[in-house]
Write a protein that binds this ligand. Structure first.
Ligand SMILES: Cc1ncc(COP(=O)(O)O)c(C=O)c1O
Length: 439
């Protein structure tokens, strides 16, 4: 099929995530390889967002394709109550790789289900029901994870189930918690302790955080935040759940982002990079104390596709490639190149407010004036950002534009030459937003 026929049929017969069908303008993709996507007509497109910040090892790695084919020859799927060799191997491997005493895993289809099951596990383990999360967050689109989520995708899905409390997190350009990052950490945690007191610590099972906030800003936690949060939650017996669905599996330059803060959460959730999205798979990992609880007590959660054999074989091969080919280290090296490029663009383009990155997890904020006002309001858009999006598409760069910002999240296998090629397109595109800059 050619692009237009694909687009027309897809638009006619499918619904689209977070969109009105008549408003979508889908990107036609015929195939993909490494960091590139290809349209049916052969246009080469740099994948500057790893699709949904998820194809961490790049597209169609031959070693993974081989492992998937091999698994197909023996077992694709068996019921969740079965023991399989691949389930044994992958859970053992995860126990070795995930830091601390997180040694036990529950496999799901994706990130939302991993968080759903983390909510269940936290409630069943603590006997408490309330859950804390932060406004600048996305945790999934199921009913409960929508209520965990702070961003506007929640609004149309309210009211949800009771018991979800959202709090502020330290965020860029906001000095209400203090003028230095250290002060912000201290004051934010003091505010959080007040919320915990008013809610009743004995009613709160867990707090969920995206260790590095993803869609809502690529926000690494300020210094001391993770350690301070860990200590505060420990004080009240509240579990810490790190949602590493987006920031895990090497994206930030460490295998898991919580390693940057030298802490171990009680529960970690993951998906996306776990299989590089070659096939759907998520997981919830729990510390030994929680796992021990469920040795005696029923874990009240289950899924038809729990521990799917083909998905696990894919994860195993993806992890081998990620580690074997040094892609986490590459994220650190290329992260430094991204840093330089972001600084260069900020110095050159008046419309660039800031570029943030940790590893290959990056975002550029666009401003409309020298007071630093975002070019687009919260949950809004601006014609220059739409034009920028079209420019990227025409120039063969795929990324996400969100409100007044855009994403810089290439696959972790990207080379310096490829990264510079992508930033050269970004550089030219920013002339569009410079024209809208009001001075
Ligand atoms: C941090 C985070 N948590 C959870 C999810 C939900 O994952 P899924 O879409 O696989 O259900 C996402 C998806 O973007 C995410 O970014």
């Amino acid at each position: 099929m050619q692009s237009q026929e694909m687009i027309d049929l897809c638009k006619k017969h499918t619904l689209w995530s977070w969109s009105a069908s008549d408003k979508v303008s889908p990107l036609p993709i015929a195939r993909a390889e490494g960091i590139y996507l290809y349209s049916p007509e052969g246009q080469r497109i740099i994948d500057f967002n790893s699709q949904l910040m998820s194809v961490n090892i790049g597209h169609r790695h031959p070693k993974v394709l081989e492992a998937m084919k091999k698994q197909m020859d023996s077992l694709l799927y068996s019921f969740p109550g079965s023991a399989t060799e691949v389930r044994a191997r992958v859970s053992k491997k995860l126990a070795e790789l995930v830091p601390g005493d997180i040694n036990t895993f529950f496999f799901t289809l994706g990130g939302a289900e991993a968080n759903e099951n983390a909510i269940k596990a936290a409630r069943q383990f603590t006997g408490r029901h309330k859950i804390l999360s932060r406004y600048r967050s996305y945790h999934g689109a199921t009913n409960a994870t929508m209520q965990l989520t702070g961003d506007p995708r929640r609004w149309a899905n309210e009211p949800g189930t009771p018991g979800f409390i959202r709090v502020m997190d330290p965020r860029p350009y906001d000095y209400s918690f203090g003028s230095t990052p250290e002060e912000q950490t201290k004051n934010n945690l003091q505010y959080l302790e007040e919320v915990i007191t008013y809610e009743g610590p004995h009613t709160i099972a867990a707090m969920f955080i995206e260790t590095v906030t993803g869609t809502n800003g690529i926000l690494p936690p300020p210094p001391g935040y993770l350690q301070g949060l860990r200590a505060l939650l420990d004080k009240y017996g509240i579990l810490l759940v790190c949602d590493e669905v987006m920031c895990g599996w090497g994206r930030t330059g460490k295998l898991f982002a919580f390693e940057h803060g030298d802490i171990v959460p009680d529960i970690v959730t993951m998906a996306k990079g776990l299989t590089s999205s070659y096939i759907p798979l998520g997981a919830m990992g729990v510390r030994d104390e929680i796992a021990d609880h469920f040795r005696e007590n029923v874990f009240w959660g289950g899924l038809t596709y729990n521990a799917h054999a083909l998905a696990l074989a894919t994860a195993e091969a993806v992890i081998d490639v990620l580690l074997g080919e040094g892609m986490v280290e590459n994220a650190v090296r290329m992260g430094a190149v991204m840093r330089k490029e972001m600084d260069r663009l900020q110095a050159k383009h008046p419309s660039v407010r800031e570029g943030r990155q940790i590893g290959l997890f990056g975002m550029i904020d666009v401003q409309k004036n020298s007071q630093g006002e975002s070019i687009a309001p919260y949950n809004g858009s601006h014609p220059a950002m739409l034009k920028l999006g079209q420019f990227f598409r025409d120039e063969g760069l795929f990324t996400f534009i969100r409100w007044g910002s855009f994403m810089c999240n290439p696959p972790l296998c990207i080379t310096e030459e490829q990264l510079l090629e992508a930033f050269a397109i970004v550089d030219r595109g920013l002339e569009i937003t410079d024209e809208a800059f009001e001075g």
